[in-house]
Design a protein around this ligand. Sequence first.
Ligand SMILES: Nc1ncnc2c1ncn2[C@@H]1O[C@H](COP(=O)(O)OP(=O)(O)OP(=O)(O)O)[C@@H](O)[C@H]1O
Ligand SMILES: [Mg+2]
Length: 419
Amino acid sequence: MTDRPIAYGLDFGTSNSLVSVAWPDRVEVVDVGARRVPENLPSVIYLNADGNRAAGDPAIEQFLVSAGVQSRLLVGIKSDLSDLRFQATSSWGLTWTPVDLVAIVLRTLKRAADEYTNTNVNRVVLGHPVAFEGSEGPEFEQRQALAVERLIAAARQVGFQAIETLEEPSAAAENEDIPSGLVVSLDFGGGTFDVAVIEYHPDGAEVIGLAGASVGGERYDQLLFNAKVAPDLGLIDEYISPDGQRHRLPAHVLNRTRSMLDLRSLLFDPILPSTLDRYRTYEGGDRLERLQRLLYGGFAYHFYEAIEEAKIRLSIEEETAIEFHRPGFDIRTSISRGEFEALIADDVDLLETTIRTALSDSGVDAGDVVQVVRTGGSSAIPLFVDMVTSVFSHAEMAQRPPYTTVVQGLGHYAQGVWG
Ligand SMILES: Nc1ncnc2c1ncn2[C@@H]1O[C@H](COP(=O)(O)OP(=O)(O)OP(=O)(O)O)[C@@H](O)[C@H]1O
Ligand SMILES: [Mg+2]
């Protein structure tokens, strides 16, 4: 390799994080050796009482090996960034701030890229959503600013010195080569939906409108869990104690089994094991055995992955099943695309409203948009594609690679800044 990298692009995502290298003449997305998609580092971290930590697939593996003893698996760290009250998390006398947690992921990406380029790069462009998950409401500006600030601090902690930031949908459009006209860029990921309205003219491009919503694919996994899995696990049922009284599981138990993100608090609930043991003695209580195995059997992560994979299949198949088998734990429930679409219909309305907000804020009529660029894992959902196509019936539709488009664009932007 004779040329030297200019900078990196870092896309710290709710579900997946990626790094790109901006070379003088090209941008490359780094293969970080991840299990499902080689470039996609799962945004998951592992913390251990001995101070050990990891990000990505090794985090999941180490957590499974440790069986949760003296260790924690954290998911959804991106959604914590805008939390004004979240100052730190402590375990075993050790403390991590949100910046420390994000830095674990960023360090893993930087190391992979430094190893690949055989250099130590200290310039980076960080992508971020228009509105971080959880930032909405009266304190929006403060929360959004805090989240961006924390992301920058994490980049500094891992050794970057020159740091630029760019909204994710603007980054997605950086790869486009459009002489002139109005373009709408949509990034629909695991945690947020982001819209940019961009005006291209012969001497450059200008972002004239931005909007975002806390809607993403991880929420759809939760909706699927509630509708299709919770009843099978006995979470909704009534149980009758020997004195004839009817009982339901405490509401927080149902609420926190919906996703891997919430489950972590149940795993550390000291009273829950005895509560479940008591319910097991009630009439119908044997149905709770699978819930106990899910909570304490060490395969919860892969179980949630099975739900997510069923959702992903529904983007190409009309009918599929959520299926998962482990000793003493068998689940199989069919689900049709129609059922899934009924679950997400309200959300898709909110996505349309977000697009219309971006258009009206920038004074642009949908009919004047020449091209729509879509990216992000969730952008493959047919109901979403249908909605976008009907809003922009005159525009050309472009589906870009779902995972690498934003990080590629961050690299292109870096070329413009430092190249
Ligand atoms: N073909 C598909 N159909 C539906 N959903 C999909 C498909 N492929 C991936 N997904 C979903 O896309 C999400 C991940 O997308 P992506 O990697 O773009 O998000 P992210 O960048 O981590 O999140 P964000 O940008 O919101 O912070 C997951 O919820 C995943 O289940
Ligand atoms: Mg993303």
